[in-house]
Design a binder for this molecule. Structure first.
Ligand code: ADP
Length: 666
């Protein structure tokens, strides 16, 4: 594996000796403070998320308030308009009563009923006479006037015993009768007797004759009912069976009578009966509408309602049925609640409202729902409300929407600012924390690394001092060991000082063109004693004609000594270490090779970082704090050179420093 550090080492390089969050502190010897990540994250959450939620909440509130304010303005604007509509409605409603004099005859009353219902002015009508009693629909049954002529009684007596004879007798009465009522009733009785006798065809002929004789039209029976329609209904039934071709003519005739409120003097109950029968046989919208009106008026009268007294609308005794008077009190108009809004709108006329604003009449007990504005409908419609509904309010909220967009932008900016400042603060705190840890770890490492050689030296010195007759050979060996420890200590302290100077930007180089061979010699001399230990083969192989290089000779030698120290530390008992120097295309390449424990590809990429130690327990004596290679890299970079490492686990390592040769060199 080959890793290149120093000049042109690629973009992944870190600036040397600046505190970096990527520093890896391996196996800190003494208690190292815990990672502050968790509380930092918590702090970040508090600092960013809480204000963000707050800002978003405030923004939403502001937008809602804006919408509400817009709505209120709109409601205020329409409030006056709605009040105006209410006054106009009341005026129009009262004005539409032409104060027609009260109806005096039943015919007049029926005609008024029909015209009001047909015009849609009401769902049903009750026309009163001047005394306030209902004229139409009439409920009172006229006193029964029975024909008691002897001939009639005779014919009636025959009806059960001999219907055919009775039919003949009634035929004679009809022929001889002076008045239309008797003639019509006799013909009706003749038809009835013929039916009893089983002569249905003859009965139909008699009934058709009644229908065709226009003089019989006003004829009434003792109960006050018109004879012709009753005869017509019977004829219709017989014709459906005996003479289908004639059915439609009979039906048309009956329908004309039923819907004729001008001439046909049908009493209301008989008319309702006729209308119902017709509707049953042949449903028709006109008949249905009149029948509904008749039914409603009859139900109103049956409910024994206290009639309305003024033109304002009052709830009647029937549920959802409203009443008001017209014609100066001569007519009671009845309105179903569901039909009233449409009728009131017609009375009101154009509202002058925009297309998308709708006027609604809200009945008592109903909700105004999402009405923009609503008002009590006033005296005209007690309990009702007038409401303006805007189905698509958003169209009116364009201004609020525009404001909402600007609020959203402001909120986004505020949140962004919070995030930016929080990130800056977070970075600052992390940086500070990293620096604090760096300082603590450095103190811990330095103390640890200084303690070991000092303890060894003290032990050796104590042993020598305690010996009364020191053996010269042993004394020499001990002193040798003390010297080695001392050297190691000096190098360690040298490295610390270098690191400290680098950190404080106080490290200065003294560049001269020096022969590359001198640097090799100086480095080899510095480590020679150590390398002469048993089990260690140390070779120096420097080409004789090495060119000169611009260098701070002491610094570059320190770099080589660091590499040689490492080669010694990270090799086993049988060490083979070589220091070579070769000229190579404009550079001088210094290489330190060992047969030690080597490095994995991943480790070769990170060993140049400060305080990174892959192997904490060196094979052969000597500690370290993970600064050596970072100092090497710093020195090499200052020389515009590169440092490479080629290594594999258990196969040894080769560290190569390439320094450009001096311009003056051949
Ligand atoms: P240290 O004080 O730990 O020696 P260095 O910066 O000199 O610090 O080296 C960093 C790490 O690189 C060492 O801890 C060691 O794990 C690894 N290392 C350095 N040189 C060698 C080598 N020649 N063989 C194997 N590992 C090495």
């Amino acid at each position: 594996m080959l890793a290149v550090r120093g000049r042109d080492a690629g973009p992944a390089r870190e600036p040397p000796f600046l505190p970096s969050v990527r520093i890896i502190f391996r196996q800190a010897p003494f208690g190292v403070s815990r990672s502050p990540g968790s509380w930092l994250t918590l702090m970040l959450l508090c600092v960013v998320i809480v204000p963000t939620i707050g800002v978003v909440w405030f923004m939403r509130q502001a937008v809602d308030n804006e919408r509400l304010a817009g709505r209120q303005k709109l409601a205020e604007a329409y409030h006056a308009h709605l009040a105006g509509l209410r006054s106009r409605l009341e005026e129009n409603w009262n004005r539409r009563d032409p104060a027609t004099p009260p109806a005096r005859t039943a015919g007049e009353a029926a005609s008024r009923f029909a015209s009001l219902v047909r015009s849609g002015a009401a769902d049903a009508v009750v026309v009163l006479d001047p005394s306030g009693a209902p004229l139409y629909p009439d409920t009172a049954t006229p006193p029964e006037t029975s024909s008691t002529s002897p001939a009639w009684r005779e014919a009636e007596a025959l009806e059960l015993k001999s219907p055919a004879a009775a039919a003949a007798a009634f035929g004679r009465i009809a022929r001889d009768a002076d008045d239309v009522d008797t003639r019509a009733r006799a013909l009706q009785a003749q038809a009835r007797s013929l039916l009893r006798s089983g002569d249905r065809a003859a009965a139909l002929t008699v009934l058709t004759a009644i229908l065709d004789d226009t003089r019989l039209a006003p004829a009434i029976d003792p109960q006050g009912r018109l004879v012709v329609p009753n005869a017509g209904l019977l004829a219709l039934e017989l014709a459906r069976e005996l003479q289908p071709d004639g059915v439609s003519a009979i039906r048309a005739r009956l329908r004309a009578d039923a819907v004729d409120y001008e001439h046909a003097r049908l009493p209301a109950p008989q008319r309702r009966f006729l209308l119902r029968e017709l509707q049953r046989l042949d449903p028709d919208a006109t008949v249905a509408a009149l029948l509904a009106a008749e039914d409603l008026a009859a139900a109103y009268l049956a409910a024994d309602e206290q009639p309305a007294r003024d033109t304002a609308l009052r709830l009647s005794a029937l549920p959802d049925l409203w009443q008001s008077v017209a014609d100066g009190g001569g007519t009671i108009l009845l309105h179903r609640a569901e039909a009233l809004p449409g009728r009131l709108s017609t009375v009101l006329g154009p509202t002058g409202l925009p297309d998308d604003v709708r006027l609604e009449f809200v009945a008592p007990g109903h909700e105004t729902g999402d009405a923009l504005v609503s008002l009590p409908a006033g005296a005209l419609l007690p309990g009702w409300r007038l409401a303006l509904v805007v189905p698509d309010l958003r169209r009116f909220e364009a201004a609020a929407d525009a404001r909402a967009v600007s609020y959203a932008w402001i909120a986004a900016l505020v949140v962004l600012t919070i995030v930016v400042f929080a990130s800056l603060a977070w970075g600052l705190v992390r940086r500070q924390t990293a620096l604090t840890r760096l300082r603590n770890d450095l103190v811990a490492n330095v103390t640890h690394e200084l303690k070991t050689p000092l303890a060894s030296m003290r032990l050796l010195v104590d042993t020598l001092l305690q010996s009364t007759t020191p053996d010269p050979q042993t004394t020499r060996e001990y002193l040798q060991l003390i010297a080695t420890e001392n050297l190691r200590l000096s190098r360690l302290i040298g490295n610390f000082l270098t690191f400290s100077r680098i950190e404080r930007n106080k490290y200065s180089f003294d560049f001269h063109d020096v022969p590359a061979g001198e640097i090799v010699t100086a480095a080899a001399a510095a480590v020679r004693d150590k390398m002469q230990a048993p089990g260690c083969r140390f070779e120096v192989d420097a080409a004789p004609d090495l060119p000169r290089i611009p260098a701070d000779a002491d610094a570059l030698a320190t770099a080589l000594i660091n590499l040689l120290d490492n080669a010694w530390k990270y090799s086993g008992a049988d060490k083979a270490i070589t220091l070579t120097a070769r000229a190579d295309v404009g550079t001088v390449r210094f290489a330190v090779r060992d047969n030690g424990i080597g490095l994995s590809p991943r480790d070769t990429r990170r060993i140049f970082r400060r305080f990174v130690q892959v192997h904490r327990t060196p094979h052969a004596g000597g500690g370290g704090v993970g600064l050596g290679l970072s100092i090497v890299e710093f020195i090499v970079t200052a020389h515009r050179g590169t440092v490479q490492v080629e290594s594999a686990p258990d196969r040894g390592s080769t560290f190569t420093i390439a320094i450009p040769v001096a311009a003056s060199s051949p």
